[in-house]
Design a protein around this ligand. Sequence first.
Ligand SMILES: [Zn+2]
Length: 478
Amino acid sequence: MYIPTIGLEIHMIAKTRTKMFCACPNSFDENNPNANTCPVCLAHPGALPVANEEAVKGIVKLGLALNGQIAKRSHFDRKSYFYPDLPKGYQISQFDSPFVQGGNLKGVRITRVHLEEDAGRSLHELPGGVKTKDSATYIDYNRGGSPLFELVTEPDIKTSDQAVVFAKELQLILRYLGLSDADMEKGHMRVEANISISKKDGELGTKVEVKNINSFRAVHDAIEFELKRQEEVLESGGKIIQETRGWNDVKHITESQRSKESAHDYRYFPEPDLPEIDLSDWDLDAMRKELPELPEEKRVRLVASFGLTSEQAESLVEDKQLAQFFEESASELADKTKPANFQLLLNYITSDLRGLLNTRGLALSDTKINPEHFAHLVALVSDETLSSRLAKDLLVNMSETGEDPESLMNASGIRVIGGEDELGTIADEIIGKNPKAVEDFKKGKENALQFLVGQGMAKTKGQASPDKLREVFSKKLK
Ligand SMILES: [Zn+2]
């Protein structure tokens, strides 16, 4: 049995208006390569960087959300390495004074979070899938100089699942704070895992760094693969080499990229073109108070306030827009019905509403449905004024017209056939016409009742509640 030790390094592109050290728009605009560039981010001689205040505020917020220590004073450092997509020949990063030290998330201790600039992109294919000439590589500096948060964890992680939980929670926090879209597939969030295994707890094996992890599935699979690979190496009497490996998502394996011997010497030194940043008079308590509700707080509150299960709360927490819609509708529903049926509301949101959005490829904001009308629809279903089948149709109508469900019902002549007398008359008629089904029911065949209810639904054109019909038929046939 081997004990895994896993630490993560996560880069996140901050969604600021401008780049980290110049006034260029912080936008990738893949169709216009090198449009968002200037002498600073192209490293023209004499161009001077200016730190982006929005990015500094962002990392402080992130640090507060992660319960980290915010540095009183912090500075940037030069990290020297040559790469064509890094025109200065060095990256402005932070070495010994990160903005955030310590912190924790999902039971994993955070070592630090620092701020740096992103590199450009090497293109082996031009926009529109055009192959470059003579297998040349082109460089797009639109991303060069974008602000990056880099978070490093302590090696507290023991399983691939735990690593995924950590990365997903971090993604949610970034989105809740509005700091990054943190979309892994789009490269907004990039995960690297440091993985080792050993026989004894507390004893560290040789560390392997795995890069090129571009999805949560890949976080899981790359770690699983690497743990197994290392175990096989050790079991067959081999030695783990300290190296960097890349996850190959197609072959589903990690591949050696470079060994420790050829690793970079970054020759860090303080960036002479930028002043030290003094945060000692920032009101961190006020900033902490101004943070929006974070995912973990929201989970607890949704369970406590609306009686949701933790799975139900999770489905809302993962979709901030839908969660807000649920809460606004819930407060409307609570005004309309006592006791309010929040479970029914949630069902309508997670099945009917989400289904409608998915089939039409729409975002909630693309439709004309508002929380008040939605709550009204659920209230009509809840007090059986409206059948669930008609509610589905009305929802489509509401999304297109922005009308209230009741006015739509009146306008289209939908009424609900719910009175016992009215349903009784219909039931009598159906019973008269279907002696065979009645006979079957009396012999104990449950299907027969279902058949009669179906006839009732057809007769009322779906304007009755199937439950009520079932009740009426059962009574009549007893
Ligand atoms: Zn620029």
